[in-house]
Design a binder for this molecule. Structure first.
Ligand code: ADP
Ligand code: G6P
Length: 355
């Protein structure tokens, strides 16, 4: 069952460590394409896949070649390439991209076992999210766009505590130990993938509060590679200039410690990039329109679309700071990229969305 030449699936890679906001990002992304993504109907209730009209999101944990017991026996973590089947990942992503449905395995996070496979039909947009979307060169080549969520250790720790302690009942010690145990493999196999990403969202502690160690106020950088096909980086005021902007004043309510934006060119792993940074948090989401109106190349379809998306998902984690803001912007850029790819295939002149 091939979908034919014009209907090739656009493939997006999203890499991050677990507990770093991939699912939240996916919810923002699928919302930009209209409609929430749902697990496959009538399938395995432990499936990790999410499907909407336009997008299918698959979790790369499904390509674990070793199950939980196997990993324990061999003494390897889920981050270790030896616990993952990159040949199968490559074959299946390639097949989907070419319009061919595949029987993808399911890693059951509840049992730690590999369940019988599920059928994945080629969607318009396939997102592969997980630990290793850019690890294998062959898989990397299949990606039309790639994103890395780079959460600094301090912030990762704060989030993990929030989720694993508050929601899953783990102890502080066990969370610390599990982060420490993963670190060597994270540094060896996950982190290096960021050099290949077209966009990196880097999340750091704030610089607005001296010696802050709470990890509540965040400094977030959106690092956008220059020269990527169908992707024009967002800019603040004047493309290519170096800008520092504190928008707090008459138009934006800012309580302590305020908000600071910076923008400018930089290099990242030897590549030319544009970096937009936001430190601090919003008091009132509806006032985001003021910030939005000063940014260009947002790929919105109407004035205020970023703000509208943010307001729609005000309850998602990160909605009051740069994490949610930049994830939403990247979502819009991906929609634009998709539309440009489709338009160029159809041979129609490409009219980039105005912003
Ligand atoms: P993943 O899919 O990578 O495992 P999730 O999106 O489920 O990550 O997020 C895991 C947890 O991290 C959330 O429950 C939340 O506590 C925290 N988190 C994620 N994104 C943010 C954010 N932008 N700001 C604050 N906390 C966040
Ligand atoms: C999944 C996650 C990993 C996590 C693992 C748990 O594969 O993506 O991030 O570490 O499950 O594995 P464990 O060996 O602890 O069962």
């Amino acid at each position: 069952c091939s979908a034919g030449g014009d209907e090739k699936t656009v493939v997006i890679g999203l890499a991050a460590d677990s507990g770093c906001g991939k699912s939240t990002f996916m919810r923002r992304l699928t919302s930009v394409f209209g409609g929430a993504a749902e697990p496959p109907k009538g399938g395995n209730p432990d499936s990790n896949t999410l499907i909407s009209d336009m997008t299918t999101v698959i979790c790369l944990d499904d390509y674990h070649s070793l199950d939980r017991t196997g990993r324990k026996e061999k003494g390897v973590t889920a981050l270790d390439p030896r616990a993952n089947d990159f040949d199968l990942m490559y074959e299946q992503v390639k097949a989907i991209k070419e319009g061919v449905a595949v029987d993808k395995p399911i890693y059951n996070h509840v049992t730690g076992l590999l369940d019988p496979p599920e059928l994945i039909k080629p969607p318009k947009i396939l997102v592969i999210e997980g630990l290793h979307p850019m690890f294998d060169e062959r898989v990397r080549e299949l990606l039309d766009f790639s994103i890395y969520l780079d959460i600094s250790n301090e912030v990762k720790f704060a989030w993990k505590i929030q989720r694993d302690m508050a929601e899953r009942g783990h102890s502080l010690e066990s969370i610390k130990a599990s982060i420490e145990a993963r670190k060597p493999d994270f540094d060896a196999y996950i982190d290096p993938q960021k050099q290949y990403a077209d966009a990196v969202i880097e999340v750091l502690p704030t610089q607005l509060i001296p010696d802050d160690n709470e990890g509540k106020v965040l400094r977030v950088k959106l690092i956008m590679k220059e020269g990527v096909k169908n992707f024009n980086p967002v800019y603040l005021f004047d493309e290519g200039s170096t800008i520092s902007w504190i928008p707090c004043g008459r138009k934006l309510t800012c309580s302590y410690p305020g908000i600071k934006f910076t923008y400018g060119p930089d290099t990242y792993f030897g590549n030319e990039v544009s970096v937009l940074e936001m430190d601090g948090q919003f008091d009132r989401l509806d006032e985001l329109i003021y910030v939005e109106s000063h940014l260009s190349n947002l790929s919105t379809k109407f004035y205020g679309e970023v703000t509208q998306q943010m307001l729609k998902h005000a309850d998602f984690p990160g909605s009051n700071n740069g994490t949610g803001f930049f994830q939403t912007i990247v979502g819009l850029k991906i929609r634009d990229l998709y539309e440009q790819i489709v338009a160029s295939r159809a041979g129609a002149p490409v009219t980039a969305a105005k912003a």
